[in-house]
Design a protein around this ligand. Structure first.
Ligand code: M6P
Ligand code: ZN
Length: 193
């Protein structure tokens, strides 16, 4: 392969050059938010863009290192902040590196048993996703949350178990900032206190 490069705007996350843009609207995130009524109302009213990914054209194959930026819009559904779907890697023992570029995000890391760790993904923070842990980023700010990621080309995205029961905790807008609460889908209860 000849030299492949992408020009990223570090503030907006937009990429040009060898890049593919993927857009996820609320309609693409059925089942991911804790409040189904609020989700349906927002989706049917205006179906906003939740996040975009500007993917390099590096092949998803062993030995390759695909990279991308992700731009999560500010917003809430039923008080729950906009976020990525989140995923495990199909090839479990593969890691990933995230680098915060702009805005303020929370990186949720979860093992298969539901143990959750949280990293503040602010500009300049390089966060390591340990092999075997699911990962999701939540935009807890008022501006777009932008981060860069690079991962092994044979990692693969496993969305199955996240689609089934989500993460063990949800991030809701509280009176003085974000609050992590047990997820109703994981724990079989209500998210709101
Ligand atoms: C990061 C990386 C990508 C991922 C993207 C969106 O940029 O982890 O591999 O696709 O975030 O996250 P998700 O696929 O979970 O929606
Ligand atoms: Zn990943």
């Amino acid at each position: 392969m000849s030299a492949l490069q992408t020009l990223y705007d570090l503030r907006t996350g937009a990429g040009t050059g060898d890049v593919v843009r993927v857009v996820r609207t609320l309609a693409d995130m059925d089942g991911h938010f804790a409040d189904p009524e609020a989700y349906q109302a927002a989706r049917d009213a205006h179906n906003p863009v939740v996040y975009e990914v500007f993917w390099s054209t590096v092949p998803e194959a062993e030995g390759e290192v695909p990279y991308c930026t992700t731009v999560i819009q500010p917003g809430v559904v039923g008080g729950e902040y906009f976020m990525t779907k989140g995923h495990f890697h199909s090839k479990r023992m593969t890691g990933e590196v995230y680098l915060g570029l702009s805005g303020s995000g929370l990186l949720l890391l979860m093992d298969e048993g539901g143990v959750l760790e949280v990293v503040n993904l602010n500009p300049g923070v390089a966060a390591y996703v340990t092999p075997g842990w699911a990962h999701r980023v939540v935009n807890v700010g008022r501006e777009p949350c932008v981060f860069f990621a690079a991962y092994p080309g044979d990692a693969g995205h496993d969305y199955g178990s996240i689609a089934e029961r989500g993460f063990s905790q949800v991030v809701l807008q509280g009176p003085v900032g974000p609050e992590l609460l047990p997820s109703p889908r994981w724990h079989g209860g209500k998210a709101k206190p």
